[in-house]
Design a binder for this molecule. Sequence first.
Ligand SMILES: Cc1ncc(COP(=O)(O)O)c(C=O)c1O
Length: 374
Amino acid sequence: MPQTVPMVNLQAQYHRFKSDIDAAVIQVMESAAFIQGSQVKNFENALSQLLNVKHVISCANGTDALQLAFMALDLPEGSEIITPSFSYAALAEVIYLLKLKPVFIDINENSFLIDVSQIEQAITSNTKAIAPVHLFGQVANMEAIVEIAKKHNLYVVEDNAQAIGAEYCSSGISGFGGTLGHIGTTSFFPSKNLGCFGDGGAVFTNDDDLALKVRMIANHGQGEKYKHQVIGINSRLDAIQAAILSVKLPHLKSFAKSRQEVADRYTQSFESLDLFQVPQKEITSTHVFNQYTITLKTNEERDALKEKLGECGIPSMIYYPIPLHKQVAYSQNVSLPISENICNRVLSLPICPELSIENQEYIINTILKFYQNK
Ligand SMILES: Cc1ncc(COP(=O)(O)O)c(C=O)c1O
């Protein structure tokens, strides 16, 4: 009888903090202050302190956060945004929705992060921003990105949905992912490292003007009530979600530590066997392992391992099966060989702070057996 292993164990995490979460949610219900109010403000302030960033503007989800960031930059129609193709769709979607143009470039195959050596050759007179994605839990080469952006007078927009709490440190700059460019974003989707009980997101910036614009746009373009200064949207983090996030926020560091311990256990079990490539850690960034993604030698082997894991009650995910430039909606006729190849070979294994040692060992042994029987 196969064991059933969770990809992420959200129920166990709820039960760890149940009494505090229940009390916080009840307090919001008793106050009936469901929209904005002190719960939201307190959470924004606590997150801004933790990440050492001047402004945190919470919103309805991570995709909205990206939309708010780009709306605040107010770029001319057709402006080009350089961004990696091997990524989640939200950024490309927002860029197109705002009538801007993504210029997809390739990634570094060891880190899965934007290949900074390709940025300068992608810059044209229409380029207005570079938008790295801190994929799977570590921060892209921000020193190089910021330097190129300065040289060419470009904005830097960081999609930090998967790397909240990851710290970047190079000889030139240091700080938390999402706070190193002009504007950064995150998602509080339940399975993210800091997840709420529904949808949520936030924008980060040290720029007072951008912060003011983002706040206004997120609130129907109002500076003052019923005075609409710009075209906005309605994107708010619910007070209930803010209350839940406030309970979890003090544990963000320990969540990352637990994820790192799971990752270390996987890596130590597989690394020397040369079965597949384990995640490679960047020297300049901590890794908060929103995903633990291995790279198999072939597509067939990846699919066979995924099937075997499934038969044994172990979920695994393919993040991401199709690079963005090959998606019907965002199709571009460019050749990005690493993205095109790696999407056939990646597999993300279960990882979360609450993954039991027993589950970890079961996953490791199942993978080792798969290779013994091949
Ligand atoms: C890299 C990245 N960007 C943006 C998003 C969008 O976040 P949300 O689902 O909260 O809209 C996600 C969510 O999975 C993501 O992984």
